[in-house]
Structure formats: C-alpha cells, structure tokens
Design a protein around this ligand. Structure first.
Ligand SMILES: Nc1ncnc2c1ncn2[C@@H]1O[C@H](COP(=O)(O)OP(=O)(O)OP(=O)(O)O)[C@@H](O)[C@H]1O
Length: 348
C-alpha cells in the first residue's frame, strides 16, 4: 500500500541537516503502522514525506502503485485527497463550526452543499460529534477537537490516514479513547493508518507493526509483539522499559548483592520472558519438582500486547549447584527467553 524506497531528506541552509538517511519501509493495506523516536529523530519529516508535504531529496514514495515523486502539482493535489492527516494541535479553523471545519476540504474540492451533507453526517456520527455540529472549536475539549480533526481527515474518503503525534497533547484517558476510535475506523473502513509518536504506550495500544527511528535511520522494524518481546537495540529497550517493566529496581539489586561470577554461596538470578502459549508452561513447578530447587519469585507480570500474552518473571534458583545448572539447561530448552542476570546470595 505504502512503499518508501531509499528516502533521504537533507535540509540545506546555514546548518545543513541530514534528517532522513536512505529509509525504506513497506506498509500493507489495513495496517496500523507506528513510527517511534525521540525528539529530532526524523519522525515528522518521514511522515510528511508520505504525503509529500516534505519533498524527499532522493528516493520514491509509492502509494497504491502511484509514485508521488513523479507527479506534477495538479496530479499531486489529486492524489493527496486520498491521504488524510491529523495533527498534535488539531489545526482547526477557529471561526468555523464543527460541521463547517469538516466540510471545508470538500468545499475546496467544489462539492455541492447537499453532497457534503450526505458525506459528512455519517462521519460525524462515527466520531460521536453529531450533537456538537454547531459548536466552535473553543467550546470543545481536546479530545473532541481531535475527533473533529479525524472527521475532517475522513471527509475525503482517504485510503491512508497519517497521524502526527495525534495524542501527544491529550491526557491519558482521552488518549485511550482517541486510540480506540482510530482502531475502530481502521477496522470499519479498512483504512491504512501511519502514526508517529514518542510514546511506546501508543504503539502498544493499537499498532500492528513498529519502526524505531533515530538520527534519520530505522534502527529496527517488526511486529509489535516481536519488537516488544525481543528488542535488539538499546533505544528500543529504553522505550519499552517505559511501559513494560522487567527489571528489578536498582535498590533491590543492591540489596541482593549481585555478582557477575557464580561464587560459593550464591545462586543464579534469572529473567524469564514468555509469549503466547508458552505462558501456560508450568515452568516454576518444573524447576521445583524436577530439580528440587527452592525457587524465589522476585518479580512477575503478564501483559497483553495485540491479544498475545507476554509474561515476565525474575527468579532465584536456590539449591544444589549441579541441580541449578540442570535447571538453567531446562529453561534454555523451553520455548521461552531465559537470561541469567547474575548471581545473588542464596536463600532469599
Ligand atoms: N524545515 C527544517 N529546516 C531545517 N531543519 C529541519 C527542518 N525540519 C526539521 N529539521 C531538522 O531535521 C531533524 C529531524 O526533525 P524532525 O522534526 O523530523 O524530528 P522529529 O523526530 O519529528 O522530532 P520532534 O518530535 O521534536 O518533532 C532535526 O534535526 C530538525 O532540527
């Protein structure tokens, strides 16, 4: 549906900035695709290249088979109708009512009043603003303003919706309701959604796939479940640790006297991660029964990411050293991620 091929963007000027460096991405029809990165990573530049608000210095932007980089202004205007966009600060016209804000892009396209009404009333119903048609933006909450932004973007029947930090100005509860609305629209209209954010929570709530961007390059890319359960890059791990904690707090580690070596009187401190079916394995019971280990659970939790359960456990394997080694071997054989964090005083 969306293919970005070798996109580079250089801002020339006193301070020449290479904002995007040879980025290639494929986004399938109907996907919700998240791009996450810190401030200055290149997210806005990248998402604005998708509708050519920023013209890439090199590379191709192919939407539904059409290479936007080859079009003239008029052709581009035509194609842009199929790419809706919503913004962090909503960008509504303050002198126009809710209805007139949503009608605005269709008026520009020369559509008749009757056609506009027929087109936008069902959309205002989907975004639950039917009772607010005559309100002005100043009379609306942040969440309602973003709903107007979404309705305006949907008015042109887009194939793609670009979301530029669409929930960053909203409180957590409102963020949740806007993300639910985006998911609902994605499913009802089979709309492809691309969003940029600096919050992993947003990715986790609704995205199917995610790309992590830093310094104008994609560090890693994959399904949200894969990236959450098996992040490769330090930046990705940082983002994930903000929403999924699988680490003991530093004070707890200090209390445990963590060693790098398995010295006399210490026992392995192990982190387990398991996804989906593997969560049903009686792992702890297995360690206790088969190897006669005295297992202390220091931390545990299960998250649901895209309907997949992702569990985390931190254990100490107290007991006979040979048996503990066999226990570690058993963990390695199971279809779960296990990692020895270090060695701590036995019998906690
Ligand atoms: N119009 C511009 N002219 C010059 N440099 C720019 C321009 N727009 C962005 N940049 C630079 O390009 C780099 C990427 O910026 P971009 O806005 O795409 O990042 P971002 O990840 O969206 O950050 P933020 O979340 O802060 O908006 C930054 O170094 C920025 O200073």
């Amino acid at each position: 549906m969306i293919e970005l091929k070798h996109i580079s963007k250089i801002y020339e000027g006193a301070n020449r900035v290479e904002a995007l460096k040879d980025i290639s991405l494929t986004i399938e029809q109907g996907q919700i695709y998240g791009i996450i990165g810190q401030s200055g990573a290149g997210k806005s530049t990248l998402i604005r290249c998708i509708n050519m608000l920023e013209v890439p210095t090199s590379g191709n932007v192919i939407i539904d088979g059409t290479d936007l980089t080859t079009l003239n202004e008029k052709q581009l205007r035509e194609e842009r109708k199929y790419i809706g966009m919503i913004f962090q600060h909503f960008n509504l016209l303050s002198s126009r009512t809710v209805y007139d804000n949503v009608a605005f892009p269709l008026e520009l396209q020369g559509m008749s009043k009757a056609e506009i009404k027929e087109r936008i009333l069902p959309i205002l119903d989907i975004v639950k603003l039917s009772d607010r048609l005559d309100n002005y933006p100043s009379q609306l909450s942040g969440g309602q303003k973003q709903r107007v932004g979404i309705a305006r973007a949907l008015a042109s029947n887009p194939k793609v919706l670009l979301c530029d930090e669409a929930t960053s100005a909203l409180d957590p509860q409102t963020t949740k309701s806007i993300l639910e609305l985006l998911k609902d629209i994605n499913q009802k209209l089979n709309l492809t959604i691309v969003l940029i954010t600096h919050e992993m929570q947003v990715i986790r709530e609704i995205c199917d796939r995610v790309a992590v961007i830093e310094g104008g390059v994609i560090l890693e890319e994959g399904t949200v479940v894969d990236v959450f359960t098996n992040p490769q890059e330090a930046t990705t791990k940082d983002f994930i640790s903000a929403v999924v904690s699988d680490n003991l707090p530093p004070e707890a580690l200090e209390h445990l006297e963590l060693h790098d070596e398995w010295i006399e009187g210490t026992a392995p401190l192990v982190r387990l991660k398991f996804t989906g079916q593997a969560t049903d394995e009686p792992v702890v019971a297995g360690l206790v029964k088969r190897f006669d280990l005295d297992v202390s659970i220091l931390f545990g939790g299960v998250d649901y990411i895209q309907n997949t359960s992702v569990g985390r456990l931190i254990l100490i394997l107290n007991g006979d050293r040979t048996k503990a080694q066999e226990g570690l071997h058993y963990l390695n054989e199971l279809n779960i991620g296990s990692e020895v964090i270090g060695y701590v005083r036995a019998n906690h």
